[in-house]
Design a protein around this ligand. Sequence first.
Ligand SMILES: *Cc1c(COP(=O)(O)O)cnc(C)c1O
Length: 361
Amino acid sequence: MRRVFNFSAGPAALPQEVLEKAQAEILDWHDAGMSVMEMSHRGKEFMSIAAQAEADLREVMAIPDNYKVLFLQGGASSQFAMVPLNLLRGKTSADYYRTGSWSKKAIAEAKRYCDVNIVADTETGGKFTTVPEEGSVTFNPDAAYVHYTPNETIEGVEFPYVPDTGDVPLVADMSSTILSRQIDVSRFAIIYAGAQKNIGPAGLTIVIVRDDLIGDVKEGTPAMFDYAVHAKNDSMYNTPPTYGWYLAGLVFTWLKEKGGLVTMGEINQRKAEKLYAAIDTSNFYANPVAIHCRSWMNVPFTLANADLDAAFLSEAKKADLVTLKGHRSVGGMRASIYNAMSEEGVDALITFMADFEKRNG
Ligand SMILES: *Cc1c(COP(=O)(O)O)cnc(C)c1O
């Protein structure tokens, strides 16, 4: 069997222990005589898997009791619409940070439903390489909510702080940073994330929403886009993504065994810092992002000579370091180093980069 170091931005690597556990249970889950994939979502076996996964996520993230945890489908991209449909609650505008490719998409979708007030736009010369300084943004007191993208997956730009929006509800697209460290959930009205980066397989979307904010959707909202419908039905209004939910549960157990999010945060910071140090101390590699807001999860970098990109990628692949090609909008390389990427994998990349530079620099 061969396992490579997979630096994909998503769907991304999963912890090997999780895959082994799923493999051991694939034909016969806990003596049920069937796979989790084959179970009724309303049967007692799956209900216990679902409840345990939610309980473990609540424990790992220390989610307060006044928040609902929803296991949905449709990806973070559906949340771009669900957020305004559920949170406008009679208001007509919302505040948005524009800090990269994903926040741009969230803005485009919100514009279908309300006036979007851009409170900060960090695009310069077609690029996003920074976030606004903490405390520099003024919010509209009439805004239904403030939306931001704590980690811009494509640009590798991450907020080093949580914006203080006062009484205006704060919504975060945490697709590529959820579970990377401990956060204070009570600062947020909604946290949402597609699972395929740091939670589990694609097809599952997690939404953590303060319960007093739901139940007043915009007229005409489909039932499937109403948080209250999903909350009332324990995310089983329709058939949920059962296998993804189960695998996410295995990831939550794995996180607990690893020591929880404080420990994960320390490991992730260390992994990122050594990769950035390797980039910064070379004249061959470069990262364009302002130092104070470099992502711990997605590390884009360029080679001094873009003509060497193809050789870099093919030689890296031969060294079992795969999916390092940067997003087409940014170019160069991108190493996504989510929770499942071991420190050993980051070390192997750094060693390869130094060797490639020696031969080509
Ligand atoms: C990947 C990603 C998305 C899109 O997620 P889908 O699940 O594919 O809809 C949205 N926002 C961020 C920050 C992402 O990283």
